[in-house]
Design a protein. Structure first.
Length: 238
C-alpha cells in the first residue's frame, strides 16, 4: 500500500496528465474500490460495478486537493459510492440493506446524544471507530437515511394525486408553476440551508465538498441536508 506522501505525489502526476500514475493509483487502491463495490453486489454485474467504482475513483483522483485537509481515501469513498448510486438511481430503485438501516438508526441516536452535551458532531472516522466498521459503511448508512420520493407517493389526503401525476410536460403551464413553487421554497430557506441545497443539487457537489466549503463535518452536512429536504417537502405539501 502507498503511504500518504506517495499517494499525494502520484495524484499530482495524474492531474498533470500522467496515465501511468493514474493506473498505479487505481491498482494500488483496488482493495478500497472492491470494499465499496461488494456492498452493491447483486444490483449489477460485478464487472459493471467495478467499472463504475473505477470511474468514481478517477473523479476523486482528479478532483482531490491537499487543501481539503483530509486523507485521499476519506475523500474517495463518497465519490466512488456516489458514482455507483447515481447509476443505480437512474437505472432502477436503490435497495438499502437491513444492516445499513440499523446502523443509520444507531448513528442517528448516537449523534443526538453527543449534540445534547454541546460537543461537536463526530467525524466519519470517529463514527467508524465507535461502531467498529469501515468508513464506507458509515457513509452508506447515512445515505440510506436520506429521503427518497417515489413517483407513486400520494400528495393529497384522498390518495388520488401522486407525485408522478404532478410531473407534467416540460412546456406546460403547470410545470412552469411547479418550478416557481420550488424556487420559492428554496428561496425561503435561511442562507446556510439554501447554500447547501444549491451546492448539492445545482452544482452537483458531494457532501464532502460541501463540508469542506462550510467548515463542518460530512456527518453534519448529511443531517442538515435530510432536515432541509424534509422542510422543503412539507412546504410543497402545504
Amino acid at each position: 500500500m502507498l503511504n500518504h506522501e506517495e499517494t499525494l505525489a502520484l495524484i499530482k502526476q495524474a492531474q498533470s496528465g500522467d496515465d501511468n500514475a493514474k493506473e498505479k493509483l487505481i491498482q494500488e487502491n483496488m482493495p478500497l474500490i472492491k470494499s465499496i463495490v461488494k456492498r452493491f453486489k447483486g444490483r449489477l454485474e460485478y464487472d459493471d460495478l467495478m467499472q463504475l467504482g473505477a470511474m468514481g475513483f478517477t473523479k476523486a483522483m482528479m478532483g482531490f486537493d491537499e487543501k481539503f485537509c483530509v486523507r485521499f481515501s476519506t475523500y474517495a469513498v463518497p465519490m466512488i459510492t456516489g458514482e455507483i448510486k447515481r447509476f443505480l438511481r437512474d437505472n432502477g430503485a436503490i435497495k438499502v440493506s437491513r444492516y445499513s438501516k440499523i446502523l443509520a438508526y444507531k448513528i442517528s441516536a448516537y449523534i443526538d446524544e453527543i449534540e445534547k452535551t454541546g460537543a461537536p458532531s463526530p467525524t466519519v472516522d470517529e463514527l467508524a471507530q465507535t461502531f467498529q466498521c469501515e468508513q464506507s459503511d458509515i457513509i452508506l448508512a447515512l445515505d440510506s437515511s436520506r429521503m427518497i420520493l417515489s413517483l407513486n407517493e400520494t400528495l393529497d389526503e384522498d390518495e388520488e394525486l401522486t407525485l408522478g401525476d404532478k410531473i407534467a410536460d416540460k412546456h406546460s403551464p403547470e410545470n412552469d408553476l411547479n418550478k416557481l413553487i420550488i424556487k420559492d421554497a428554496v428561496a425561503s430557506l435561511p442562507d446556510r440551508e439554501r447554500k447547501i441545497i444549491y451546492l448539492r443539487y445545482f452544482r452537483d457537489k458531494t457532501q464532502s465538498d460541501v463540508a469542506t466549503e462550510l467548515g463542518v463535518s460530512q456527518v453534519q452536512v448529511s443531517r442538515l441536508e435530510n432536515k432541509i429536504l424534509a422542510k422543503i417537502k412539507e412546504s410543497l405539501r402545504d
